[in-house]
Every structure is written in C-alpha cells, then in structure tokens.
Design a protein around this ligand. Structure first.
Ligand code: ADP
Length: 213
C-alpha cells in the first residue's frame, strides 16, 4: 500500500534497511526516543507491510515495493465481503413489471431466476429501453424474451478477489455481475449476491480510508 510515511517512519525504515534485524529497543535508542513513542510507528510500518517482525529477532525490512504491498491488499478483498443483495425477478415477469421493479428497487440490473433461485438471465436498463421503444405490449411481453440468457452470463463467486470481478466488468463492458453458488446437484447456479460498478467504487474509497494514518 502506498501510504504517506512521516519523516520519522522514513527514518525507522532506513535504520531497519541498513541494520535489520533490529529490536524496537535498539531503534528507539538510535533515535533517542522511548520504545513507547515508537510503538505506533512500528505497528503502522508492520501492518502496511514495509517491515516484518519476528519474535526474539526483531524488525527487518520486507523488501516489498509499495505497489507489491498494494497488490497483496487488493487480493485480500473478497467478493463475499463486498457483495450486495441481488434483485431478482422470475422468467414469466412482464417487461412492464420489470421496469417497475427496477425503479422501486433502485438498481440498474435485474437478475432473472428459475425455480430454486437459479440464474436464467439478466436484463439491463438498455435492454428494457430497447423493448420499450418497440411496438410490443409491455404488459404481455415476458422478460425471458428480451433477457441475455445462460450460458452467456458472466458471473463471479464468493471466494473470488474483488479485483477479478472488477476486471470482468471492464473486460465485458457490463455494469453488474451476479454472485453465484453452484447447486450441490449440479442443476444450475444459485444467485446469492450482486457486484456492480458502485460496489467497486465503494471498495476503492474504503481502501483509502483503511490506510489513513
Ligand atoms: P446497459 O446496457 O444498460 O448500459 P450493461 O452494460 O450492464 O447495461 O449491459 C449491456 C448488455 O450486456 C445488456 O444487453 C445486458 O443484458 C448484458 N449484460 C449485463 N450484465 C451481464 C453479465 N453479467 N453477463 C452477460 N451479459 C450481461
């Protein structure tokens, strides 16, 4: 994580780089400070990944570059910790009702499910707009006629790094991914969550907050 280090933290880093492994006590002596004064700095540097601490040995420089540390923090952010609740409709829902649901639930993408909550399709705002400028009666047109359907749906799993889900959103130029869990009998994918561009923006903001020092 590339965080702004204070000049004292930079100094500690320099000492450890040159003389590590070195104990907290020894670092404190070199800086003419008490061990207690240094404690917050040492824990920040350790948590951020610049230093590693080994009991009875001391602190040593992890040798990791800022962006390597950032990559590691990103890979620890999992889909399951950031997903939101999916908004689902049934296959026989009319396009009209789907539009109403989209407004009421305030989402940009609806997931279409079969019995047992398994994924059948997905509809976006533009799919609905396209249907709405057509000549059909929206009350009679089932959503299954216009949805993007399985197996052409890009999904993600609970135990997937959020960064991979973000990558799919970019790569396939879509706004949302259903989070899915395969049913134990192999008969489809249960929809258990939703990752959208908003999820990614929120995680990005949080990432900044976590490392404020
Ligand atoms: P919009 O079309 O409203 O800008 P998207 O960019 O998300 O919204 O959708 C573009 C197209 O891709 C739509 O036809 C939609 O049905 C489809 N789509 C949306 N999400 C997915 C997904 N996860 N997997 C496959 N297709 C999707």
């Amino acid at each position: 994580m590339t965080i702004e280090l204070t000049s004292r933290q930079e100094l500690i880093l320099k000492i450890v780089k040159e003389e590590g492994p070195i104990t907290g006590e020894q670092i404190a002596e070199k800086l003419n400070l008490t061990r207690a004064t240094l404690r917050p700095d040492l824990s920040i540097l350790t948590m951020a990944g610049y230093l590693e601490a080994r009991p009875r040995v001391g602190y040593y420089y992890s040798g990791k570059k800022g962006n390597q540390i950032l990559k590691e923090s990103l890979n620890k952010m999992m889909v399951k910790d950031y997903k939101s609740v999916p908004v689902v409709i049934k296959e026989d829902t009319s396009v009209y009702d789907a539009i109403v649901t989209m407004f009421l639930e305030d989402v940009g993408t609806l997931f279409v499910v079969k019995e047992r909550g398994t994924l059948a399709g997905i509809v976006s705002r533009k799919d609905l707009l396209k249907a709405a400028i057509g000549k059909q009666n929206l009350q009679d047109l089932p959503i299954s006629v216009i949805m993007t359907r399985m197996p052409n749906i890009i999904t993600c799993r609970m135990e997937e790094p959020l960064i991979e889900a973000a990558n799919k959103l970019i790569q396939y130029q879509i706004d949302a991914l259903p989070v899915v869990k395969p049913l134990e009998d192999g008969q489809g994918l249960e929809v258990v969550g939703r990752i959208t561009k908003t999820t990614i923006a929120r995680a990005f903001v949080e990432l900044g907050k976590d490392h404020e020092v």
